[in-house]
Design a protein around this ligand. Structure first.
Ligand code: EPU
Length: 293
């Protein structure tokens, strides 16, 4: 048997992934599993490895384009309560990787802890945000991380201290691992002031980005020379469409799914943007979103 007996009924097949992504695009996963706890997760990883099955971890689904109509492999989603716990210890908050960033921000606010407000409005899970060192307004989450509990793809658990963690612009050295929990260092603040800051960041984000239609956040990383959005805008690409995918008319580093866009539509638009920006500015735009092939 492919999967251990206790998991085989819970590992589903041919599950549509589109509803689980903010882009609302994506094919079906060959296998799909939502482990109840670490032990489940370990077992699934060990079996997948034994059977040479590729493993994909779906975080909050907000920074991803699934480009396959049928994704061969096992998609794991850390959605059960045991991966969404949140505990406050002094000025530190320890959150499960499946926790939504917004839940984490509100939990910190309720305990008068400041430091996370700049992340307000970023969709996605804590694990995904730390893996990709999500950020906004000149700050990124990596700077707050004190430790992370991880598991490797062989099922071995480990705790990584701040010293062992490396963060760069929208990157980390955690790609070899699945993040289970993260400990973040915050500061004491005033609840009212924290709430006001959260509102301020949410408003600023809504003003500059808007997001009425399904999207995956910023598509490209900012190159050193200038923000990607500015470069794309300068090429006159706002509103440009490939099929049902369209460059946002508000912020040019966003692509909207205007209704039943396919991954091929988005990939064509990405290719077109890269070509135009390369021709005009001699700059290669690198996708920020993860593309599952
Ligand atoms: N701009 C334009 N035209 C556009 C978009 C932007 O001229 O269509 C200009 C703006 O006027 C501004 C500059 O480009 O002068 C930068 O724009 P913005 O302030 O919106 O920031 P950004 O660099 O485009 C980054 C992050 C966002 C984050 C914002 C807010 C990246 C790739 N993007 O955007 O993160 O929300 O700062 O801090 O680092 C994401 O990671 O998914 C994301 C959206």
């Amino acid at each position: 048997m492919l999967w251990p007996k206790n998991l085989s009924k819970r590992i589903k097949t041919k599950i549509s992934l589109a509803p689980l992504t903010s882009f609302k695009i994506g094919g079906r996963a060959e296998y799909f599993f939502e482990p109840e706890n670490i032990k489940d997760l370990q077992q699934a990883l060990v079996s997948a490895r034994k059977n040479k099955i590729r493993v994909f971890i779906l975080g909050g689904g907000s920074n991803i384009l699934i480009s396959q109509p049928a994704l061969p492999g096992l998609v794991i989603r850390l959605s059960s309560n045991s991966f969404k716990q949140c505990a406050i210890k002094g000025c530190c908050i320890v959150g499960g990787s499946g926790l939504k960033l917004n839940q984490l921000i509100l939990a910190a606010r309720d305990k008068s802890l400041t430091g996370l407000e700049f992340l307000s409005g970023i969709p996605g899970s804590l694990g995904g945000s730390v893996l990709g060192n999500a950020g906004a307004w000149g700050n990124s989450i990596g700077g707050l991380v004190k430790a992370a509990g991880v598991i490797d793809y062989c099922g071995k658990q480990k705790i990584l201290t701040a010293k062992q963690l490396k963060f760069g612009y929208r990157s980390s050295n955690l790609g070899r691992y699945i993040i289970i929990w993260v400990k973040l260092g915050l500061r004491r603040g005033q609840k009212k002031a924290i709430a006001a800051k959260i509102r301020e960041y949410l408003l600023a984000r809504r003003k500059s980005q808007g997001s009425l239609l399904p999207n995956a956040g910023c598509i490209f990383k900012n190159p050193v020379s200038a923000p990607a959005g500015k470069l794309i805008d300068s090429c006159g690409l706002k509103g440009k469409r490939c099929g049902k995918a369209m460059v946002s008319c508000q912020h040019a580093n966003f692509i909207f799914n205007t209704g039943k866009a396919s991954s091929a539509d988005v990939l064509s638009l990405i290719g077109l943007i890269q070509k135009k920006v390369r021709n005009k500015f001699k700059v290669n735009l690198e996708p920020e979103i993860k593309i599952w092939k």
